[in-house]
Design a binder for this molecule. Sequence first.
Ligand SMILES: Nc1ncnc2c1ncn2[C@@H]1O[C@H](COP(=O)(O)OP(=O)(O)OP(=O)(O)O)[C@@H](O)[C@H]1O
Length: 816
Amino acid sequence: MPVLMQGEKLEGQEGGRWEVVKKIGEGQFSEVYLVLELGSQDERALKIEKTSRVRTVKAEYKILQRLQDKCRQSVRVYECGEYPCPGPTSRFFMVMDLLGCNLAHVRRTALPEGQADPQTALVVGSSMLRALEEVHAQGFIHRDVKPANFCAKRGTEGTPSKVTWTLVDFGLAKQYMTDQGVLLDARPEASFRGSSTYASVNCHEGQDQSRRDDLWGWLYCLVELLDGTLPWRAERDAPPGGGTWAGGEVAAQLLPSPPQDGQPGPLQGQQQAGAGTGALRRDEEKEQIRQSKLQCLQQPQLLFSTMPCPQAVVEISAYLQRLGFADKPDYQWLRGRLLKLGDEGEAQAGPPPPQLAAEPATTNGVGRHGEEAVARQAPAERGSAQPQLGPEGAAAAGVSGADGASRDGQPPVQQQKQEEQQQQEGVDAPGLSKQRSRDRDRDRDRSKSRSRARSRSRGGDRERDGRGWEDGSRDGDRGRAQRGGTRELSSSRGRRSRSRGRRSRSRSREPRRRSRSRSRSRSRQRDGGRERRERPRDRERERDGARASRRSRSPERSRERDLERPARNRRQRFGRQRSQEQRGGGARSSEGVQRRGGTRSRSRTPLQQRADRGGRDRDRGGGAGGRQQRRREERASDVPAASPDAAAATGAARDHGATPAAAFLEHLPAPHGIGGAAEPALPLSGDAAAEPLAAAGRAGGTAYSADRHAQYRDLLEYVFALRHGALSVPAAAACRQLRGLEPSEAAGVLCWLLDELATATDPQHLPAVSAFCEELSAFAAGTAKRCLERAQQRGQQQQQPEPQQEERRQQEEGGR
Ligand SMILES: Nc1ncnc2c1ncn2[C@@H]1O[C@H](COP(=O)(O)OP(=O)(O)OP(=O)(O)O)[C@@H](O)[C@H]1O
């Protein structure tokens, strides 16, 4: 049962009144509703506690109140209040700005295979980093950094088109620095706080958290965004032995005190029912995750399974390992590394920050705040004063030592090759074997001390489980399961997760994944497949993967052949035409081109016809100006006049360096519609798209084949993401998906896409949509132009020998 009903009215402590519209989000401890402020009718979000026994909202409200004026990316809170519930207790609620959907939801629903391209990851990652930096600057750490806790937020007046990612859920946030700027001492031991999927190794090991731990969470979010998953996801998604997850116990442990209602609540019942086994399983699972994370500290490449690990991630991981408890992270440097993810960012990345220099920074975990003891516990383990990897480890991880130096003075690539060879021969690299045995000893010691610490702290731990509800579930089943008191992820969810896993594996067989999977297998071989194989779950995964690839082999090959066919046909056609021209001895210049165009005009697609018209304009002396004029006229005829506001917004977006695609985002549907109950049906995806696509294919003069459908679907999902304002995706990236299609087919799809975009959107959005379409067609026209130029160049090269032949013939005749 939801806590609030539609139409219900709530009153704040300062007299504000709100009416509930619908539920838009849910976490483990609270529900979030869309509400209307009575009077002004402004839309807001209202967060209310689910149970009176876990009270986080009031504390969260106070933190947000302190942050809102100082942090640009913070969510604004309006009022806090008490909702009278049946029974002796009430629940707290707070009213805040309404934000868009969270990143976990966007990733799963709007991104193909949950993966963003590096450009997108760069934009999203920077925004997340800035949000964290702002919070840290105010003396707080969040301690529950995960994609579900970043919500999309539109830009304000100055930057209307900008989508930023706002940090929500400060229920676990903690002050690490006093208002006077004095760092608080690290506690020698701390209980686990956060979500185990995104928690840092420090946190797993019972260390007090600081800024660096938020950044680990951020890095894991980034990796997941890029790769579509995390290596320890499998452990989370598939419970060992096919049992159910003990989410109930997790929540039950969080209960700070016995229930005040006097009745055993659902959570308490759950706790009594099976606390022992649940806690055990949870500990096992967390231990597996910790082990996985430890391996990834050694070899950041292991973080990635569907693509090669970007160097930026390797460097950030090495940097975070060196940060001490009290160290202030160098956010600017981190942003610089992020830029490397994008194509042109390399040059701006800048020199390494002090923490990456050869000598450890003097404040590294040591000093006036009592961190010395913590830092000394196991510097190599914690990676604070010394890099955790050490020179050998760093080299193994693909980092050329902390300061660029490499083992044995060899360049890192050479070392890597040597190690590869040794691994292939079944021999560990000398440095590596030492390092590994050290690591094994260290891990053994640590797990012993951890289990001691666990047995001490069990019961009082307040942790959060980041698995099940990380997307702030709007999933009715999940919500019911929690509310109904089982709080366990049902086995059907387990099945769903597993089948999702299978689906994602099978999706990875699609053609556009081929190169990635090739490089993945290469990088697996290179990156110490040995360690990976040591993990039983990996062995299973590998077996599954092998089975999947066996199954997929034949369709993949046939798809490959399909892809090659159009190019082959084109080559043959071009060859035939050339020989006909040679036989006919006709002019091969522009006249020839025109003639070819003429013979083909029956099957010209609308886009090609438009290009032809452009050509005629040029012949008539109109040139590019004529083409633009025609385009303007076309637009004017079928696009209603722009509303001044929308046009101004688009203009403003351009002024701020935003692309038209970004401007397009500005005019998307209300953010709360995304993923919520009122989410519009996805008209473009799946089988529903088959008919319009077939029509587009016919218009393009090619038969629409089922094989093509998968390719179109990717593109359409991409457009869907765009349309829902999920991400700032350049149109060129969407167009890239068109590559591999036969040009006429691609043109057909593109035309259909443009029409679809233009007609299915609200009229007031049209100026932005048309700008986006223009970007798309400019991209396509540019590509077409380049193709034409290349074809002409080839034609000219083939014509060149002819005058020489003619000369030779004349010479021969003269000689005779
Ligand atoms: N201001 C907001 N506007 C729109 N949606 C929001 C807002 N705040 C939160 N949400 C949505 O509600 C979900 C749950 O909110 P939140 O994380 O604060 O709840 P919680 O119970 O503290 O969650 P957790 O289980 O992670 O502790 C979020 O993931 C987000 O999708």
